[in-house]
Design a protein around this ligand. Structure first.
Ligand code: UDP
Length: 327
């Protein structure tokens, strides 16, 4: 297929681009490089543009004879979405709707959409199945839910075939090297802990150790970015006109903040000092996926099931690229 990967210069998108290429698809990356990296895109495959630029998108979809779109280009930081919701509504909702409209105009009706655990809010029951009510507690989660709803309506009315993939915590890097996680500023746990290991930060601050969990720190489901990429490929193969699937992507196994820090110590061999700070607003105690539906629908199972293996791939990236794509 000819696949347009919108946001393909970002962390998860660049891994999907690599997997698509390896599977023999013709891949084009559409990205404005506001948060992505030119170096993450294979040579000659980058088209610079804005997601909100419907005319430019129609032109690309048409001239490149695109069969399907993967949409990764969104802002994805909870705290930032609380402080600047306008940014999130503009980018994650208005621009995304322009993309969907461009697809209608160009008669491209297959899309794999990056959704998130944040659409569930603070679920009472863990592990979280797709049937869990979606009640986001921050603008980020809400903007993603809006597009999920739009996709359901576009499937019914216009015959779109879509997959909304609800990621848990993306982690790691392609073991083959060359691409990895590089956010500025970095806010995610594993990269920050590994930056402490590299001596780039003094210590890791644990955001709260008084949660109702075994060791008092938050539990998350860390899913390897290559496993996410693999799920996108499998979802692409199963898109059907007029039908949508919403799938959780996680390992089904929870890891606490303390366990992540311990894994980073084991893997890096560095002591990694820690300190306890206050809770971060909006952090639920425990988010773990029930990913049974993805296994049933896609035949997808994560290959990286050990947290040390996941952290090892992240460590290889950060050790070899201490300044990310800048060196
Ligand atoms: N976290 C932490 N210290 C940090 C960054 C994150 O204790 O410097 C915790 C955070 O409170 C959450 C977990 O690590 O419980 C994962 O946070 P991250 O921002 O990586 O992902 P999120 O779960 O917010 O998508």
């Amino acid at each position: 297929m000819n696949v347009l990967v919108v946001g393909g210069a970002g962390y998860i998108g660049s891994h999907a681009v690599r997997s698509l290429g390896e599977a023999g698809h013709q891949v084009w990356v559409y990205d404005n490089l506001s948060r992505g990296h030119r170096e993450a895109v294979p040579a000659g495959r980058l088209i610079e543009g804005e997601v909100g630029d419907r005319d430019a998108l129609v032109e690309v979809l048409t001239t490149k004879r695109i069969d399907a779109v993967m949409h990764f280009a969104a802002f994805a930081l909870v705290n930032e979405s609380v402080l600047d919701p306008a940014l999130y509504y503009r980018n994650n909702v208005i621009a995304a709707l322009e993309l969907l409209d461009a697809m209608r105009v160009a008669d491209v009706k297959r899309i794999v959409f990056s959704s998130t655990t944040a659409t569930y809010g603070e679920p009472e029951i863990v592990p979280i199945a797709e049937s869990t009510p979606q009640q986001p507690i921050n603008p980020y989660g809400f903007t993603k839910l809006v597009i999920e709803r739009a996709l359901a309506d576009y499937a019914a009315a216009y015959g779109f075939g879509y997959a909304a993939l609800r990621y848990f915590n993306a982690a790691g890097a392609d073991p083959a090297g060359g691409i990895g996680e590089d956010h500025d500023p970095e806010s995610h746990l594993i990269p920050i802990v590994l930056q402490v290991a590299l001596g780039q930060r003094d210590r890791i601050t644990i955001y709260g150790d008084d949660y109702p969990t075994a060791d008092g720190t938050c539990i998350r489901d860390y899913i390897h970015v290559c496993d996410l990429a693999d799920a996108h490929l499998k979802a692409l193969d199963r898109l059907e006109p007029g039908r949508g699937i919403c799938l959780n992507l996680g390992t089904g196994r929870g890891t606490s903040v303390r366990e992540i820090i311990e894994a980073c110590r084991r893997v890096s061999g560095h002591p990694i000092p820690e300190t306890i700070g206050p809770r971060r607003a909006g952090d639920p105690a425990e988010l773990v996926a029930d990913a049974t539906r993805a296994a049933d629908e896609l035949g997808w199972r994560p290959r990286f099931t050990s947290i040390d293996d996941i952290v090892s791939t992240a460590w290889a990236w950060h050790r070899d690229h201490p300044c990310g794509y800048a060196g």
